[in-house]
Design a protein around this ligand. Sequence first.
Ligand code: UDP
Length: 326
Amino acid sequence: MRKVFVVGGGGYIGSHMVKQLVQAGHQVVVGDNFSTGFRDAISGASIIEVDIGDQGALDDLFSTQEFDAVIHFASFIQVGESVLDPAKYYGNNLAASLALLRAMVKAGILNFVFSSTAAVYGNPVYVPIDEEHPKAPINPYGLSKWMVEQILRDFERAYGLKSAVLRYFNAAGADPEGCLGERHEPETHLIPLILQAASGRRKAITVFGRDYDTPDGTCIRDYVHVTDLVQAHARALDYLWAGNDSAVFNLGNGAGFSVQEVIETARRVTGREFAVSEAPRRSGDPARLVADSRRARETLGWRPIYPDLETIIKHAWQWELRALPK
Ligand code: UDP
């Protein structure tokens, strides 16, 4: 049993992580400022309301409690918003992450798992994308993550901080037992928006662009189940605790689905009809993002349990039905 500090444990992926760590018998402390997360998404862990940009508060915490690792999920994630308000993104995703890392080094906590993103690659020059693909983020969100990745390289060299950087492709789905799911406010992600249209919470789903260079003209993404994502984090922790060096891993299924295919699969899974409207391309959306995750499979022994889109949507639908106002 280990003691893990989960920053952002009240959020979508963080809350699934907490559940899995608690089930595995670890002692979990969640640090969250609840700006976007939810207290009621956390169970079996102690909760500390803290802003990770507040290094004094972290110093106090780390001087009274010892941790075997920190997992950091506390980021803003909206690409469009990051373009309009870069200060918010560099303030939280970059500056606050730096404060967290400084507090960790000061306290001698030297194992770190970091949520990064496929957005560090920018417009792909080849797909599937492996970890060596050139990094050229095209928005402040992706850049803020890439900057933290570079800080981590320097922190390993200078202070011995070991990190596993996990670059997510499209996180989707929900806890198969129906306890947790996606609750972004406002929701901007494709699958929950489609399911809100299917359940009647929303009038229609809007397709952003049908003029991409893809077979049906809509964008292709690699959707990966949130439970599989957190399983990769658990393996990354074991990898670090085994004394391995820092590493970077892509997390995706290696299968791409177009927006149109996601809509059709959702119609099948839900058995509901819903309206689809059209809009121009959303800025900053590459046509195709598909992961080469061989390294995570080979090095971490990561095996997604729910790689198929139907199951991902089925679990998200179960959650959407639960979240409907009664
Ligand atoms: N998308 C869409 N309509 C929406 C939301 C998203 O057509 O209402 C498209 C978006 O352009 C992208 C894909 O769905 O091609 C996945 O977008 P999402 O925001 O879910 O994730 P991202 O790829 O931005 O991480």
